[in-house]
Design a protein around this ligand. Structure first.
Ligand SMILES: [Zn+2]
Length: 166
């Protein structure tokens, strides 16, 4: 399991505190919410919230054991490396699909921009609608080359495809 990816996923679920909890759980191998909280110095309530969130997504598993003295259940948590890998892969596949759609869109359209308003970028069809005038300032729109954008999207896709083929 790649630590870097584990940290990214933890960060996604609960920011730096989640990263701290996940690192602690990885080090401990298995632990109760209290041992995790003591180990990483994150408040018990926060540790629990993070564990439940990770549990909802199948990223941690939980074993319930009854304490013979108190009769209460004790929950032992551990990371689920296989699930984490599946989770990361499915996120990457979704990102790749989105990139493909975006790339098709960029390749199949010609774009026009306003030199004054950087946020104005429209397709040829939309530019025709406004007679090639900017909807914000009324200036004439100019055609814009999207080869750089296409190159960026292609290289991002290549990177993701390489990661997914591993
Ligand atoms: Zn404008």
């Amino acid at each position: 399991m790649l630590d870097e990816e584990l940290i990214k996923v933890a960060n996604l679920f609960g920011g730096e505190e989640a990263v701290t909890v996940v690192k602690s759980l990885k080090k401990l191998g298995e632990g109760t919410d209290e041992t995790i909280s003591n180990d990483c110095q994150v408040r018990l309530n926060t540790v629990r919230k993070i564990l439940y969130k990770l549990y909802d997504h199948g990223l941690v598993s939980c074993t319930r054991i009854r304490d013979e003295k108190t009769g209460w259940f004790i929950f032992y948590w551990r990371l689920q490396p296989d699930q984490l890998d599946a989770f990361i892969r499915s996120r990457k596949k979704r990102a790749l699909d989105k990139l493909k759609q975006r790339l098709d869109y960029e390749r199949n359209h010609t774009f026009f921009v306003c030199k004054t308003d950087s946020e104005v970028r429209v397709t040829f069809e939309d530019a025709v609608e406004t007679s090639f005038k900017c909807v914000k300032c009324g200036k004439h729109l100019e055609s814009s080359d999207n080869l750089d954008m296409i190159a960026v999207l292609e290289s991002r896709m290549e990177k993701l495809e390489a990661e997914l083929s591993r």
